[in-house]
Write a protein that binds this ligand. Sequence first.
Ligand SMILES: O=P(O)(O)OC[C@H]1O[C@H](O)[C@H](O)[C@@H](O)[C@@H]1O
Length: 576
Amino acid sequence: MEDYRVRYQQWLEDPFIDEETKAELRGITDENEIKERFFKELEFGTGGLRGIIGNGSNRLNRYTVGKASQGLANYIKKEGTQKQGVAIAYDSRFMSPEFAEVAGLIFAANGIPAYVYPSLRPVPMLSFAVRELGCTAGVVLTASHNPPEYNGYKVYWADGAQVVAPRDKGIITEVNAVENFGQIQRMEKAEAVEKKLYTLIGEEVDEAFDRNVQAQLMNPEMIARMGDKLNIVYTPLHGSGNLPVRRNLAKAGFKNVFIVKEQELPDSSFSTVDYPNPEDTKVFTLARKLAAEVNADVLIGTDPDCDRMGAMVKDSEGNFVALTGNMVGALATDYILSQRKEQGRLPANGVVVKTIVSTEMITPICRAYGVGKIDVLTGFKYIGEQIKGFEETGSHTYLFGFEESYGCLAGTYARDKDGVYAAVLVCEMAAYYKEKSMTLYEALLKLYEKYGYYRDGVKSMTMKGLEGMARIQRIMKTFRENTPKELGGYKVVMAKDYQTQVFRNLETGEESGSPLPVSDVLHYTLEDGTWVCIRPSGTEPKLKFYIGVKADDLQAAQDKVDALDADIEAKVAEIA
Ligand SMILES: O=P(O)(O)OC[C@H]1O[C@H](O)[C@H](O)[C@@H](O)[C@@H]1O
């Protein structure tokens, strides 16, 4: 019998799986569906679990969530930190509150107090709660910006960041060591509540979070002057941002905030969008309609777990243009550093942290302010890890961190990207430049004039299921074994392989090691300074190509990106 059939049979016979689940599984008539659901165990990776909701070993359900929770509980018990408890949050996805309760009661049954938010909350608020409540770990039930059929289980440690090596491996080992669902401990909710092993997180934690977000404002007096002059359209995209973003915009002093009514309330189907990801400007269709009605200066959108924020602002002709994560990163780096300098608050050991696939435009900006810049692998958890390191050694003062994938954070109250803060930040910057009769887009053009015309692109190729996974591996292997000599007509001069940890200068043949952990990432530097990076997404069935160029004007920069894009597409098409 094929492996997936064996696994299917095991589920049908498992005494710890309920009858309703088994009946549903027995009813599947499509062999391929059985295969997709059972060809593997849903892998508990470094980011936790992420998968399609449903019954099966390769799906997210109360059993796979249960196994993850029991494994995490076992890990915590070995660490001896169970008294500190685990904080739990969830977003607006299907089964999010149910899975949150399943997880909480498993921790409770293991003698680990669970502190659960009473309703949906953003990821950064969980990160904050872990620190505020002194918990040993945290869990968020969310699949971030994935399509509605997905859910996930993100794991945080005591510092408030998602787990990194070596702890991630330790937790994975414990999760994998849970051999059968019978090992999952359970407790009735009434008993857990009575024993204070299952407690709802109170409003005071929300208030403390807000105070920390507000403390990041650079110019409260300016907002007091401009708060009623900036028109803001906000869409929570049916997710957890709705209340905290609006509350924080109001607390900051923004008076004219218009909400996209159709997307205001939680909706697990995200029925007004294809895909609740602010990276996709289509999510702003309704917001743009409202923007025209209210003459908005800026449109803001946050993803379901409100760690990502996307924005659109007016160009000089009054047309709305999307600000990418890189553009927000560059604008914010410049804004925060310049304001700090003006206010005499720029520490000598200040640093900005970004990922290796995020724009290089901040390099000259940081240099201009005498501030350091650190690059880490993709994933905000690595920015969180840096903050923890700075705290331990006192080596740097963290000023700002961002990723091209629409996430940023200033301050250290949270250790994951904060869409609530990002929304307030973009509005603060828009107000600041509006007072100087500029739109945020015009401010960006000024930065290009000063620092160079940087343009960054990301090309995502979706490759789903078993076949897609194999194809992604073939493409990575082909590039890895045959370093391209040229890309987009430019010579490749440096090839960095973060998997083999070999960085090779193709001109001199010199080789050096990698300063970052092992990761399936290839990075090429071209003769004109352009860079191209290839990596499989860690969160979606996608292969991602990132491109970063600098040119003499915006058009030339875009042409370069387009040429590289086309060349990469052609090279990938040649691979079977
Ligand atoms: O490119 P991926 O592996 O899909 O990850 C892209 C992003 O996904 C999530 O949003 C994580 O929280 C980010 O930190 C990460 O950068």
